[in-house]
Design a protein around this ligand. Structure first.
Ligand SMILES: NC(=O)c1ccc[n+]([C@@H]2O[C@H](COP(=O)([O-])OP(=O)(O)OC[C@H]3O[C@@H](n4cnc5c(N)ncnc54)[C@H](OP(=O)(O)O)[C@@H]3O)[C@@H](O)[C@H]2O)c1
Length: 268
C-alpha cells in the first residue's frame, strides 16, 4: 500500500508581526502548512492560532536568529521533523543612523539578521527543499538595495547582498526544482518606528507606500510564478529604474538628504 506523504511546510522567519505575519496569514489562506519563527515572547503563538483557524497546520519556533548556533539548531529541528517546500527569509532589521554614531551591537545585529541568518538558514534547509517535488525560496530585500545611501549604509549594503545572493543561487539551482526569488518592498508602515521614519521622509516616503498585506499577497503570487524579482506597483518599478539608471553623483545626495530627514534628531 502506498504511504501517505506528509504535506510539506513553509518556513517563515520573523513571522510574529509586520510583513512576516502577513506572509504567514497569506500562506494559511492558501491552506499551506507553516513553521513560524520569531524571537521568544513576541506572540508568535497567536499568529499560529490564526493560521490553524484558517485551516492549515502551523507550528512555532522561538529563537534569536542573530546567533549561528541557534540557526543550526533550527535547521536541524526542521530537517528532522518536517518536509519543507517554501522558505521565506523575511526576518530583517533596519533603521537610520550615521555609521560613525552607531553602536557596534546595532551594526552587528543588522548584519547577523539580514545577511548571516538568511544565508545560513538557506544553507541548512536546502537539502530538505531539494528533496521536494518543487520548492521555493523567497528572500526579502528592499527598494533601498538598489543604491548606496548615507545613514543607511549598512542596511542598503545588506539588502544588496540579498540581491546578489538570490541571483547567484537561482542560477546555481536552475537545473533543479528549487526556484529562488527576491522581493523588493518599498515603504510599509509595519511598526511605529518605521511609520515615524516614513513620515519624516516626506514625499519620498509616500512613493510606493503599500500595506504589508498587499506586499505579502503579491509576493506569494509572484513566488509561485517562479519570478526572479518581484517589485510591486508602478511607483516602486519607477523607483527601481531611477535607482539603477540615475547617475550616482546626482542620486546619492538626493537620496541621502531624504534619508537624513528620518534621522533629524541624531544627525542635524
Ligand atoms: N517596513 C518597511 O518599510 C520595509 C521596506 C523594505 C523592506 N523591508 C523588509 O521587510 C522585512 C520585514 O520587515 P518589517 O517591516 O515587517 O519589520 P518588523 O515589523 O520589525 O518585523 C521584523 C521581524 O523580524 C523578526 N526579527 C527581528 N530580529 C530577530 C531576531 N534576532 N531573531 C528572530 N527574528 C527576528 C521580528 O521578530 P520578533 O517579532 O520576534 O521581534 C519580526 O517578526 C525585513 O527584512 C525588512 O528589512 C521592510
Amino acid at each position: 500500500m502506498k504511504e501517505d506523504k506528509i504535506k510539506p511546510y513553509a518556513v517563515v522567519t520573523g513571522a510574529s508581526k509586520g510583513l512576516g505575519k502577513c506572509f504567514a496569514l497569506e500562506l494559511a489562506k492558501r491552506k499551506i502548512n507553516t513553521i513560524l519563527v520569531a524571537l521568544p515572547d513576541e506572540g508568535i503563538g497567536k499568529v499560529a492560532e490564526v493560521c490553524i483557524e484558517a485551516g492549515s497546520e502551523s507550528v512555532c519556533y522561538e529563537t534569536d536568529l542573530t546567533r549561528v548556533d541557534n540557526i543550526i539548531a533550527l535547521g536541524k529541528w526542521i530537517n528532522e521533523k518536517y518536509p519543507v517546500n517554501i522558505l521565506i527569509n523575511n526576518a530583517g532589521t533596519g533603521g537610520t543612523a550615521g555609521f560613525s554614531e552607531s553602536k557596534i551591537e546595532y551594526v552587528n545585529n543588522l548584519i547577523q539578521i539580514n545577511i548571516t541568518a538568511t544565508t545560513l538558514l538557506t544553507h541548512q534547509l536546502l537539502p530538505n527543499l531539494l528533496q521536494q517535488d518543487e520548492a521555493y525560496i523567497l528572500n526579502v530585500s528592499s527598494i533601498a538595495s538598489f543604491s548606496p545611501m548615507a545613514n543607511k549604509a549598512v542596511y542598503a549594503a545588506s539588502k544588496n547582498f540579498i540581491n546578489i545572493f538570490t541571483s547567484g543561487l537561482r542560477e546555481e539551482l536552475k537545473k533543479t526544482r528549487v526556484f529562488v526569488t527576491a522581493v523588493y518592498p518599498g515603504p510599509m508602515k509595519t511598526n511605529k518606528s518605521i511609520t515615524d521614519r516614513i513620515k519624516k521622509q516626506g514625499l519620498l516616503g509616500k512613493i510606493g507606500l503599500l500595506t504589508p498585506e498587499k506586499v505579502a499577497e503579491e509576493s506569494i503570487r509572484g513566488l509561485f510564478q517562479k519570478k526572479h524579482r518581484i517589485v510591486i506597483g508602478v511607483p516602486n518599478k519607477i523607483s527601481r529604474m531611477l535607482l539603477i539608471h540615475v547617475p550616482s553623483w546626482l542620486r546619492l545626495p538626493i537620496l541621502s538628504k531624504a534619508v537624513k530627514r528620518e534621522n533629524q534628531l541624531k544627525v542635524e
